[in-house]
Design a binder for this molecule. Structure first.
Ligand SMILES: Nc1nc2c([nH]c(=O)n2[C@H]2C[C@H](O)[C@@H](COP(=O)(O)OP(=O)(O)OP(=O)(O)O)O2)c(=O)[nH]1
Length: 137
């Protein structure tokens, strides 16, 4: 027998790139699913939102960064089955933004060189995304 189908969760995420070509990672806080792992800023696409709107909203809420939809470029996506849901996660890149990133929800953040991305343990869905960023940068 096949397992019951898992709920599809749509999450939109963004690789912010600074002028030195480093990528911003944020550490998932204690108490959350996948705590301690380093991820791309983003979050669940809410009802009535486009993935681009989600990214603009989350960058502001999580980091205090402002950007605009035309400054987001699609790069690739993650499609990964977790225990209780299937994650579908478009990944955008953004090089044009305003503000100095701060972990506004208590999360640690770090600007990471592309070649050092593997030094930061990431959720399993994110690992296949790394070569896309390394090729881009
Ligand atoms: N933002 C983000 N989420 C990711 C990445 N990789 C990955 O597997 N995820 C998963 C973790 C979560 O299950 C889900 C994102 O949900 P979320 O960040 O909006 O929600 P959450 O689990 O923090 O919970 P909550 O806000 O509902 O309390 O996607 C990633 O690189 N960035």
């Amino acid at each position: 027998m096949t397992d019951a189908p898992k709920k599809m969760l749509l999450v939109a995420a963004c690789a912010l790139i600074d002028t030195d070509g480093r990528i911003l990672l944020a550490q998932r806080p204690e108490g959350k699913n996948l705590a301690g792992l380093w991820e791309f800023p983003g979050g669940k696409v809410e009802e009535g939102e486009t993935p681009e709107e989600t990214v603009v909203r989350e960058l502001y809420e999580e980091l205090g960064i402002t950007t605009r939809i035309p400054c987001l470029a699609p790069l690739t996506f993650a499609s990964h089955t977790y225990e209780t849901f299937h994650l579908l996660m478009p990944l955008f890149v953004c090089r044009r933004f305003d503000g100095i990133a701060q972990g506004r929800e208590g999360q640690a953040i770090k600007w990471v060189r592309p070649q050092a991305l593997r030094d930061y343990p990431m959720p399993p869905a994110d690992e296949p995304l790394i070569p896309f960023l390394q090729d881009l940068l």
